[in-house]
Design a protein around this ligand. Sequence first.
Ligand SMILES: [Zn+2]
Length: 457
Amino acid sequence: MKQKFLTVLLAIVAAFCLCFGLAACGKDGDGGTGGEGTCKHQYTADNVCILCGEEWGYTKGLNYVYDEETDTYAVGENVNASGKVILPYGYQGKFVTKIGRLAFSGYDGTNSFYSELTSITIPNCVTSIGDGAFALCTGLTSVTIPDGTTLIGNSAFFGCDGLMSVTIGNGVTEIGNGAFYECRRLAEIAIPDSVTSIGDGAFADCSGLTGVILGNGVAEIGEGAFENCYKLVEVWNHSSLDIREGDRDNGEVAHYADHVYSGNEASKRTVTDDGYIFYEDEECLLGYCGTEKSLTLPAKSSYGDDYWIYQYAFYYYDVLTSVTIPDSVTWIGREAFRGCTGLTSITIPDSVTGIGENAFEGCRGLTRIEIPDSVTSIGSCAFYNCSGLTSVTIGHGVTEIQFAAFGSCSELTDIQFKGTVAEWQTIQPLWSIFTDDYTVTCTDGTVDEKGNVTYFD
Ligand SMILES: [Zn+2]
């Protein structure tokens, strides 16, 4: 009995210390200069600052679950929460120290649905974020995990595809399995020194990641923690783990890396004011971290040169509606625009010499595409499953159209080729176009889907 009491007391003391002992426990972490009107607020469980009396404006009407062991509340399931949600410091006079399992998830354990949460403010008193707490909250664009939080649960931010910025507080020690799995718009992440363990698949399929900083406390990176982070080219390793470029150990964090630094070396990536991420090493456009939906790509790279579009550059940026590529672009990398289902218009200039495999796969909104004379090679599955595509113009420079380049383009009937029938036949592209009924119009005749030729008079 005494033992139990002691445990409860310790828990209360811990909660108390956490919320009053740290200067950072308040909405004004920097506190200003201390003049009138600036206060390093320290909130009680009644959501009132003990220093200045100001009340913390939090979102009312949320569900909570009482935890007897700690005598605190956890945020319960709030699947209908929408817009901006500010969590309280306390509820019913007790501190709120946890965000419960699936609390705001777009998944209720059986079904997934559209979460309307767009913003979450987490007070410093929250020590743990439960499993799946924000899973599939695709409307979240940024999240700050406070220094008071120690645990980010399994799948906590799973599939938060709109998340562009994540700040992990300096108190976090554990990042759960799949915690940020498939957060595809996240371009960079800094793991603070407090983190010792990064779970299996924690950042897997974060295909937008281009740089990662690993803090000095990281002792374990779980299996596949950074799997399929295809353009994660720079890693700053401040831990004692032995991490090398190309290595598949340590959660594959450096599998695709060109550089693993041990100090505070300057990045070789540059982010322009409008969100384009250039990478001088490869003379390429690595990705985009802006919010525009209609893009005219920069005329020159951030260092003033022609460039190519790196693999996965705009992968599954599905809000993208149109892209104009300038004539300084030389190549479109593999999967560069794959899954951009909202894309209805793309302009490819006469400077591009090749289109990589799967580059536009699944761009179902495209209806027509014009491939300029400069392009010599169209990669396999480059336009696979562009099911809205009805018309394609292919320049006379093409010498290679690889397997299934236009596979599953079920509406594609009109193909214009700017070379002769004889040239079309040397490309032998019939097996890369899998629609039932199409005609290729060449300069001197037509070729149908069975290869029958009709020459013009
Ligand atoms: Zn105050």
